[in-house]
Design a protein around this ligand. Structure first.
Ligand code: ADP
Length: 151
């Protein structure tokens, strides 16, 4: 069983995340979308809302599970028996940031990080831009799955 964890804040889930998850499904038997709980971070959406948006987006996909976790991602992976971490790469800045994390995770465990390049046309999408548009009353259709729009 090839099980991967796709960790993130998902505040909120975007079509960029969605794209990586859908393409990840061709590589893995199961993907756990894992919402990290960080007490120091301020979120626009509550944990319950973020979880609900993701669950609704993938309600017809039996290979997807949505969970929340605290602490190190590698510890969560071990607990869930997942050998892979899935991450998306949008640009060189993502690469530099992700590289350091992946090396650190590899030092602490046997878990491999698998990177998928964002699809062209989705690389500019980020949760922070989506939050900005929402805060200013703009239209985020085309940036997020429909489940976020029905809020
Ligand atoms: P984090 O707080 O860990 O950065 P995010 O929810 O912002 O969590 O992102 C989770 C993962 O999704 C990261 O690997 C990030 O690079 C990836 N990601 C976010 N937006 C996109 C996008 N538009 N295309 C591809 N990957 C993306």
């Amino acid at each position: 069983m090839r099980r991967a964890v796709f960790p993130g804040s998902f505040d909120p889930i975007t079509l960029g995340h969605y794209d990586i998850i859908e393409r990840g499904l061709t590589l893995f038997d199961e993907i756990i979308i894992a919402i990290g709980i960080n007490a120091d971070k301020k979120y626009m959406f509550t944990l319950e809302e973020r979880k609900h948006f993701i669950e609704e987006s993938f309600k017809n996909e039996p290979k997807i599970k949505v969970m929340t976790y605290k602490g190190l991602t590698v510890d969560f992976c071990k607990k869930q028996n997942a050998s892979f971490i899935l991450r998306g790469l949008r640009n060189p800045a993502d690469f530099e940031f992700e590289k350091a994390i992946a090396h650190t995770n590899r030092k602490m465990s046997e878990i491999e990080t698998v990177f998928l390049l964002t699809s062209s046309g989705k690389s500019y999408i980020s949760s922070s831009i989506v939050r900005d548009v929402i805060r200013n009353g703009g239209d985020v259709s085309g940036l997020v799955p429909e489940t976020v729009l029905v809020k």
